[in-house]
Design a protein around this ligand. Structure first.
Ligand SMILES: O=C(O)CCC(=O)C(=O)O
Ligand SMILES: [Fe+2]
Length: 202
């Protein structure tokens, strides 16, 4: 038996219970990942994210963008955005995610973290306009960063590193039972781009 085969098997669920998270590792060559990274950095309509948290208007350092099949309205943290129409490269990346995961997606939220000072705090992606228990496919480009899961009740945590050109999928009850985060780190000085392909219910 090959002792190493299971570690490369994306069929392996990283969560012990209460959801499914599969890490596929790199789903494209480094050369392809470099091309997409440069292209996304330069062609996406990056905007600083705004939110109203406890009545305070916050503008994040991290930049975001929102694309989809239709100008979907997407509301979170009390702000509403309308999805832009897909670029050629986003459609190519959506296709890669759909082929790898056997699911379909109709929208994509993009995040640009300029360096390790920027991250994302513990949260679940359980917004009401997202398909309940729908798969969320996450592609990462640029700096390799740690990504964590924390169970809402037991507080059990699981960390992994998301590689350049890699795919991670969260599905089933993951968003109901687990939170996830991208911790800030002093060690990273270069940008990371993350794309999460999702299904919005209209
Ligand atoms: O940057 C990441 O890897 C995850 C981003 C995320 O959790 C989100 O956009 O909801
Ligand atoms: Fe998230």
């Amino acid at each position: 038996m090959d002792l190493f085969s299971t570690t490369l098997d994306h069929g392996n669920n990283l969560l012990p219970f209460g959801g499914t998270v599969n890490y596929y590792g790199k789903v494209m060559t480094t050369v392809m990942a470099n091309v997409y990274y440069d292209c996304l950095l330069n062609t996406i309509e990056w905007r600083n994210d705004e939110a109203i948290i406890l009545g305070k208007h916050i503008i994040t350092k991290r930049k975001v963008a929102w694309y989809g099949d239709l100008p979907f309205e997407y509301t979170y943290s009390n702000t509403t955005k309308y999805a832009l129409t897909w670029t050629k490269e986003l459609l190519e990346l959506k296709k890669i995610c759909e082929e790898q995961t056997g699911e379909t997606y109709n929208s994509c939220l993009l995040n640009l973290y300029h360096n390790g000072d920027e991250g994302m705090a513990w949260h679940s992606d359980g917004e009401k306009d997202l398909k309940k228990n729908g798969a969320i496919a996450s592609l990462s480009f640029g700096a390799e960063r740690k990504f964590g899961f924390k169970h809402k009740q037991t507080k059990q945590t699981i960390y992994l590193v998301l590689a350049h050109g890699s795919l991670l999928v969260m599905k089933n009850e993951t968003q109901s039972n687990w939170q996830h985060r991208l911790p800030p780190t002093k060690l990273i000085k270069t940008p990371r781009i993350n794309l999460t392909f999702r299904t919005i219910v209209v």
